[in-house]
Design a protein around this ligand. Structure first.
Ligand SMILES: CC(C)(COP(=O)(O)OP(=O)(O)OC[C@H]1O[C@@H](n2cnc3c(N)ncnc32)[C@H](O)[C@@H]1OP(=O)(O)O)[C@@H](O)C(=O)NCCC(=O)NCCS
Length: 180
């Protein structure tokens, strides 16, 4: 398995693999990706019927930067991010590296692929810059990785994804500087 960084992703095969991952794991997300207009919308309540595909989400995703995990030249996992993004929900005006989506196919989970994605993002940015992401409060797999990597919870939006399911924002200030 190796990881590649693409500021702009143009490889048709990789894009096709990412589309398949989005379709396969659409309903692993709360709400499903197919119920979202884009990768960073604020209003996340509501769901979608299971036969709808996450096409709009994919169109927005394609404009972003990527880390892709490859096994025999096929994408088995990806992280997408926006390099200088201001999160409206955080109301702080700070430009951050904003991780929008991560999917690792089930067969490849628990091997540190997501941990490696984050470590590569830290190495790509300058010292004192921040990496920010958000997830839903019941996504324990993702939150465990974030806590291990030293992210801090910076905002909770109660019940925004359904009763008892909050939106949670996490941020890490990168201390080591680029390529450390
Ligand atoms: C959340 C998700 C992205 C995590 O991906 P992952 O690649 O399995 O994550 P990691 O392997 O880095 O970390 C998971 C566990 O593996 C462990 N791990 C890390 N390196 C490892 C290694 N070399 N060998 C074995 N296990 C390892 C981690 O410590 C962690 O263990 P823990 O359960 O004891 O905390 C994945 O479950 C997923 O795709 N979920 C569905 C979509 C989703 O929720 N995306 C995030 C919301 S945007």
């Amino acid at each position: 398995m190796n990881i590649e960084h693409h500021k702009t992703l143009t490889n048709e095969q990789y894009l096709e693999d990412i589309w398949e991952l989005l379709c396969r794991y659409d309903h692993a997300f709360i709400p499903p990706l197919s119920a979202r207009e884009n990768t960073y919308q604020s209003n996340l309540s509501g769901g979608s019927p299971t036969n709808v595909k996450p096409k709009k989400y994919f169109e927005m995703l394609k404009e972003q930067s990527f880390l892709v995990a490859l096994v025999q030249d096929r994408v088995v996992g990806f992280m997408s991010y926006r390099p200088r993004y201001v999160c409206q929900d955080l109301e702080d005006g700070i430009e951050t590296t904003y991780v929008t989506t991560i999917i690792v196919e089930e067969e490849q989970r628990g091997q540190g692929i997501t941990t490696s994605f984050y470590k590569q993002i830290f190495a790509l940015i300058d010292e004192h810059e921040t990496v920010t992401t958000r997830t839903w409060s019941t996504n324990h797999d993702h939150i465990r990785v974030l806590m291990k990597l030293g992210f801090e919870l910076v905002k909770t939006i109660d019940d925004s994804r359904g009763e008892g399911i909050d939106t949670v924002y996490f941020r890490k200030i990168v201390k080591g500087g680029p390529h450390s």
